[in-house]
Design a protein around this ligand. Sequence first.
Ligand SMILES: Cc1cc2nc3c(=O)[nH]c(=O)nc-3n(C[C@H](O)[C@H](O)[C@H](O)COP(=O)(O)OP(=O)(O)OC[C@H]3O[C@@H](n4cnc5c(N)ncnc54)[C@H](O)[C@@H]3O)c2cc1C
Ligand code: FES
Length: 276
Amino acid sequence: MHAHNPYLPEVATVQEIIRETHNICTLRVVLNDPEKMKNFQFIPGQVGQLSVFGVGESTFVINSPPTRMDFLQFSVMRVGEVTQRIHLLNGGDQVGVRAPLGNGFPLEDLKGRDILFVGGGIGMAPLRTLLLFMLDNRQDYGDITVIYGARSPLDLCYSYEFQEWRSGGANLVLTVDAEHPQWQERVGFVPTILREESPSPHNRVALVCGPPIMIKFVLFGLKELGFEDDQIISTLEKRMKCGVGICGRCNMGSKYVCLDGPVFTCTQLREMVPEL
Ligand SMILES: Cc1cc2nc3c(=O)[nH]c(=O)nc-3n(C[C@H](O)[C@H](O)[C@H](O)COP(=O)(O)OP(=O)(O)OC[C@H]3O[C@@H](n4cnc5c(N)ncnc54)[C@H](O)[C@@H]3O)c2cc1C
Ligand code: FES
């Protein structure tokens, strides 16, 4: 879609905004060019640069799956200038979209495997894309277990579709850090719940995304359960600018996160981030 000038965004219209939590909103956008929207193709895990005109652009994962192309969805946590302005957008507003960028999840390698998603907070965004894609192709996968946690029930994204995930065939284990009135599900940090659930590593791939401290302890937990590094996949958040391998902003060792990532196996991550 950016064959001529990779820096030029497609103009898109905000169709809907969902307030997920106090600092995360989800944007559903449609490219203004109907042909480009119709022909838009991507792999779960790929990202886009979303721009607010006159303010700037930032990187977000496309978190609607390619099996549901009524709109492209991005969930945005408010942390700084661009994300603050994104939170002020309304339905009908125009934004810029440069996408798809990056590699995406290795779909062929995941076919026929049992799957474990481990997500924390906004880290559920890339996992949601792949989860919905898998639920839409349920016959291609074995057991699908999802462990998703956040600080409190009010910090969980996508709570309005948990029922759909369950009825679609996912074993969904929800947890929050501390007891909360009316909370009927699990209480405890994600790595603790992972140990309690103890999913078998046999023929299974674990997909992990969340805050760095959660990832660190989840990786310990997965090792204890017997997962090999090649059975663990994560996405790396390294600041990007061009998104197309030109500026060097996202460079890590011999890799460019915008081209070689953001999806990496744990084996690849350990080569790039030795302290992991
Ligand atoms: C591959 C990839 C996928 C991403 N997917 C999502 C997503 O789906 N949803 C989402 O909410 N965010 C996602 N992010 C992070 C998002 O790009 C940043 O939060 C955003 O660029 C911040 O822009 P800003 O102008 O609001 O913040 P700024 O004003 O630029 O920065 C505000 C503060 O946040 C810090 N910061 C900004 N970006 C990052 C970053 N990438 N890593 C660490 N610290 C950062 C800055 O150092 C500063 O302290 C992703 C990032 C990458 C690289
Ligand atoms: S963001 Fe420019 S090289 Fe990756």
